[in-house]
Design a protein around this ligand. Structure first.
Ligand code: DQA
Length: 137
C-alpha cells in the first residue's frame, strides 16, 4: 500500500516553530518512527512551501497511490487551486492538522480541502497523521 504524507508551508520548521502549539519533535524524527512502526506500508513524504509544488505532487501520485495524508498548513484556508487539485485526482485525501484549528482564529475554521476530503483529523499533535494512516489501513 502506497501512502503519501504531504506537508505544506512552514511545516519544515516543526520542532522549532511555535512549540507551544506544534510541539518539540521534528517531522523527520516522527516520520522515521512511523516508518518503523508501519514497516509493511510504503510510506512516502514530501514537503514544500510552494503552492504549485504541492499541486504537482498531488497530480503525480493522485492516480496510483492508495491514500494521501495532507497537512496543507495555511493553504488549507486560502487555496482554491489546491481544493480543485484534490477534486481532480482519484486518490482519497485525509486532511490533517497538528493543532485544533477550530479552537483558534476564525480564519482557520475555513478549509478549501475538507469538502473534497475523505475526512478531517485535527488537534492530536503529530498523532493526527498516525490516526489518518490507521484510517487508510
Ligand atoms: C496547521 C494549522 C494551520 O492553520 C496553520 O497555518 C499551519 C499548521 C496545523 O497543522 O495545525 O501551518 O495546519
Amino acid at each position: 500500500m502506497k501512502i503519501l504524507i504531504l506537508n505544506g508551508p512552514n511545516l519544515n520548521l516543526l520542532g522549532k516553530r511555535e512549540p507551544s502549539i506544534y510541539g518539540n519533535e521534528t517531522f523527520n524524527d516522527f516520520f522515521e518512527a512511523l516508518k518503523k512502526k508501519y514497516a509493511d506500508v510504503e510510506l512516502h513524504y514530501f514537503q514544500s512551501n510552494i503552492e504549485g509544488e504541492l499541486i504537482d505532487k498531488l497530480h503525480e501520485v493522485g492516480f496510483t497511490f492508495e491514500g494521501i495524508i495532507f497537512n496543507a498548513g495555511a493553504y488549507t484556508h486560502t487555496s482554491v487551486a489546491i481544493g480543485d487539485a484534490i477534486k481532480g485526482i482519484e486518490t482519497q485525501v485525509i486532511e490533517v492538522h497538528i493543532s485544533n484549528v477550530y479552537a483558534r482564529e476564525k480564519f482557520r475554521h475555513v478549509s478549501y480541502i475538507a469538502p473534497n476530503a475523505k475526512g478531517v483529523i485535527a488537534g492530536f499533535g503529530l498523532q493526527s497523521y498516525e490516526l489518518a494512516l490507521q484510517s487508510f489501513l
